[in-house]
Design a protein around this ligand. Structure first.
Ligand code: PLP
Length: 427
């Protein structure tokens, strides 16, 4: 049966039904480096990609495969690749298309780790990242030239928490032949970027998908909806013979296996050469998280709406940042792209600036004070003195962080207990 409802896909989607050898219902943890070939012909077919199958866990593993096929189905894509972290996923997304001298165009509204990778580390490899304010989608068109390989953005970037104009930028990209890659980490279930024209979706599975703060991981999903071959010279890594694979042209070689050229090349070349696979144990943990993700998202989102309303009427709070209280274009975008919830990340501004922000964090009793998001537990941090402390005040302001800004990741506890902890810390 093919399921379309996320609640069912999270439990039954993908390749795993029961272990063929033991009948195990839970996906077994295949903690092995290597897989025995049936015979020399089988080995040769696997290496020659005439048949897809397990060779070595750096490149493919059945526990990771169960996660990959399930998340691909959940996002509405055709195939996925699990890797060791969200950062590895972002790096792979870009490296799969870019050579030295190429560029990508990225939204300015990014997670700090991604910003560092784009602004500094990719430069070392000759890849230029052009940053564009998503307030004006046409900025992506203006920044594009013949060596632009992709656009990159986050669905619900913090701290501004303004939803990215996915369809607008995807349409510009489709006009110019440039694929849009979306980091959908903060909006699983509630946003489906492929439905709005994105070509690739990635997640840090560390966050809501894992949901319990136990494991670091990332995943890239191929939408199977972008014509890489038609892009010709724009996609040299997919359209030129690959000397590392007997001259294979990936847009051709993938055809018998489906519209999976992008993700196939990422697995066969980047995972092979750079490594960074997801550990099978972590894939197992993410499968556990995934089973309850749709249910948790409902509670995360309904709690967040209550917290936003509570903070909005609190006398010590000057500003609340959450899609449910957004206005104007930000509200329109939230309504267009978020369905069934508006996310559980939230920001708010305290009257007393930095001192008030730090004092508030110190007083929290139930919220954890951590640099993470997306846990089942409620989390809080004061960005100006932690995640954004390397930036000067002007840079902080440009990124949306003011001295009194507090970031919350609202958990799934009872709403009364969440509000009670906020109330006692504020008072
Ligand atoms: N993308 C977003 C939106 C994130 O918030 C993070 C981490 O906070 C990452 C990517 C990187 O993920 P990881 O920490 O799993 O490497």
């Amino acid at each position: 049966m093919t399921y379309t409802n996320p609640e069912t896909i999270a439990l039954h989607g993908g390749s795993h039904r029961a272990d063929p050898n033991t009948g195990s219902v839970a996906v077994p943890i295949h903690q092995t480096t290597s897989f025995q070939f049936q015979d020399t012909g089988h080995a040769a077919r696997l290496f020659g990609l005439a048949e897809l199958g397990n060779i070595y866990t750096r490149i493919m593993n059945p526990t990771c495969d169960a996660l990959e096929t399930r998340i691909a189905q959940l996002e509405g894509g055709v195939a996925a690749l699990a890797v060791g972290s969200g950062q590895a996923a972002t790096s792979f997304c870009v490296m799969n298309l870019c050579e030295a001298g190429d560029n990508i165009v990225s939204s300015t509204d990014l997670y700090g780790g991604t910003y560092n990778l784009f602004a500094n580390t990719l430069k070392q490899f000759g890849i230029e990242v052009r940053f564009v304010d998503p307030a004006d989608p046409e900025g992506f068109a203006r920044a594009t030239d013949a060596r632009t390989r992709c656009y990159y953005a986050e669905t619900l970037p913090n701290p501004k928490l303004q939803v990215f104009p996915i369809a607008e930028v995807a349409a510009i990209g489709r006009r110019l032949g440039v694929p849009l890659i979306m980091d959908n980490t903060a909006a699983p279930i509630i946003c489906k970027p492929f439905q709005h024209g994105a070509a690739i979706v990635m997640h840090s599975t560390t966050k809501w998908i894992g949901g319990h703060g136990t494991s670091i991981g990332g995943i890239i999903v191929d939408g199977g909806n972008f014509d890489w071959e038609a892009g010709g010279d724009r996609f040299p890594t997919l359209n030129k013979p690959d000397p590392s694979y007997h001259g294979a042209v990936w847009s051709q070689a993938a055809k018998p296996l489906g519209p999976i050229a992008y993700i196939l090349r990422m697995r066969t070349c980047l995972l092979r050469d750079i490594g960074a696979p997801m550990a099978p144990f972590n894939a197992f943990m993410f499968l556990q998280g995934l089973e309850t993700l749709p249910l948790r998202m409902e509670r995360h989102c309904s709690n967040a709406i209550r917290v936003a309303a509570y903070l909005s009427s609190h006398p010590k709070v000057t500003r609340v940042i959450h899609p449910s209280v957004a206005e104007g274009e930000a509200r329109r975008r939230a309504e267009a792209y978020l369905k069934g919830g508006q996310g559980s990340l939230m920001g708010f501004e305290l009257k007393g600036g930095k001192e008030a922000g730090q004092a508030f964090i110190e007083k929290l009793k139930m919220f954890y004070h951590v640099a993470n998001i997306g846990d089942a537990r409620s989390l809080a941090i004061h960005p100006a003195t932690t995640t954004h402390s390397q930036l000067n005040e002007a840079e902080q302001a440009a990124s949306g962080v003011t001295p009194g800004y507090i970031r919350l990741s609202i958990g799934i506890e009872h709403i009364d207990d969440i509000l009670a902890d906020l109330e006692q810390a504020l008072s």
